[in-house]
Write a protein that binds this ligand. Structure first.
Ligand SMILES: Nc1ncnc2c1ncn2[C@@H]1O[C@H](COP(=O)(O)OP(=O)(O)OP(=O)(O)O)[C@@H](O)[C@H]1O
Ligand SMILES: [Mg+2]
Length: 375
């Protein structure tokens, strides 16, 4: 085949190369294509790197049918080429490719905005079908080189950027999700910790409003002062680590006992705490869920039920931890408004693969049930 037909056929084939497939596949395919269309014994792509020694050309991709090209070499006058060059001289070709069997080679520069970024090197160990390149052939080669620059340089960059964009999108979605989860968590913590104490303060203030006994008022004010200081401490703690300190220090049973005693004192509601089999400390996560549920259940009783008696059962049954909070109040009204207290318990329990259910007996009271697998 005449030289120019050969080169035009190469141009046609290169134009069909799509950037859709993986870069490596495409680049290997192109090296192979160069060898087959130009009947060459090797094709390799070298890209410029600047390092301590100066500019180095390193082999990126290659398809070698017998020839062995150097992996890398220092910057030389050849690598500065800005237009295609064919080397007829076997001595020069051997020196250039660092393969003694190489007789001829074609160097196609990879250029981006007039800057040479690397080269595509094609070599022959015997005769080469492009031995007689005319000025027109060189012109066609000039058209081929930007196409090669796209394939070997621009497409990899694009693919790298696309992958980076995907990674950033994944990270962004994760960050947004984490942020939302944390917000939910903080909202629950504020509700459970600060909300409980403020409710207690409110109830005590109500008692004070109805009293004319100065001594009694003074005594209660001392208590309120104390609770307010505790609330401040609580807020500080929430902002520090968002974990209930009582629970951390004492463990579930003792922490619930302390909370129940404080509750009895501040609300005047009788609470019976029944625990069974609660020997060893259960996992931190479960302790947290149960403690929060007790806090919320008791607060709800004081706020909504009108009950004067609560029974809390906390037992380990088989592989489950069972919590029940039963009150003798009016029960949940049909048209009650949903808050985030019960929803919070429900969410925490479901995250721990547990079960949460209410038993509502209008006029007789409400029972909260929580079953949590220990494992
Ligand atoms: N022990 C109870 N007895 C009667 N009604 C209750 C009881 N517990 C909850 N409720 C009803 O269920 C509703 C929802 O309770 P939930 O704890 O989710 O929200 P809340 O207490 O109103 O507000 P918060 O978000 O501050 O907890 C309450 O508004 C109340 O009407
Ligand atoms: Mg509530």
């Amino acid at each position: 085949m005449p030289v120019n037909k050969l080169i035009i056929s190469l141009l046609k084939d290169l134009s069909k190369v799509s950037q859709e497939t993986s870069n490596k596949v495409v680049r290997e395919k192109v090296s192979k294509l160069m060898c087959s269309v130009l009947e060459a014994d090797g094709c390799a792509v070298y890209l410029h790197h600047s390092d301590k020694k100066g500019l180095t050309l390193s082999k990126e991709d290659s398809f070698l049918k017998g020839l062995k090209f150097a992996d890398s070499w220092q910057h030389s006058e050849w690598t500065l080429l800005s237009s295609p060059q064919y080397i007829h001289e076997p001595e020069q070709a051997k020196a250039f490719t660092e393969d003694i069997s190489c007789q001829h080679c074609l160097i196609l520069p990879l250029q981006l905005e007039e800057q040479t970024l690397g080269i595509v090197l094609v070599g022959w160990s015997k005769s080469s079908p492009v031995d007689d390149l005319s000025p027109e052939d060189y012109q066609i080669l000039q058209v081929i080189t930007p196409r090669l620059s796209d394939i070997f340089y621009i497409y990899p960059l694009l693919s790298h950027l696309t992958q980076r964009e995907k990674d950033l999108a994944t990270l962004y979605h994760k960050a947004v999700k984490d942020f939302e989860d944390n917000k939910k968590q903080i909202s629950l913590e504020l509700h459970d910790e600060v909300g409980q104490v403020l409710t207690s303060i409110l109830l005590q203030l109500k008692l004070l409003q109805n009293s004319n006994d100065l001594e009694y008022i003074k005594g209660r004010l001392g208590g309120l002062h104390h609770i307010t200081l505790e609330t401040l401490e609580e807020v500080r703690r929430i902002s520090q680590n968002l974990r209930p300190h009582l629970l951390e220090k004492l463990g579930l049973k003792a922490a619930v006992e302390v909370h129940v005693n404080e509750y009895i004192q501040t609300t005047g509601i009788d609470v019976e705490l029944r625990t069974h089999n609660l020997g060893e400390r259960v996992s931190e996560a479960l302790e947290n869920i149960v403690y929060r549920a007790v806090q919320e259940g008791l607060t709800n009783v004081a706020r909504h039920s009108g009950a004067n008696k609560v029974v809390i059962s906390l037992t380990i049954k088989g592989n489950n931890l069972f919590l029940q909070i039963l009150d003798n109040g009016k029960g949940m009204e049909k048209n009650h408004k949903d808050g985030i207290g019960l929803l919070g318990i429900k969410e925490r329990v479901s995250r721990a693969q547990g079960k949460f259910w209410l038993i509502n007996k209008p006029g007789l009271g409400l029972t909260i049930n929580v079953l949590l697998p220990l494992a």
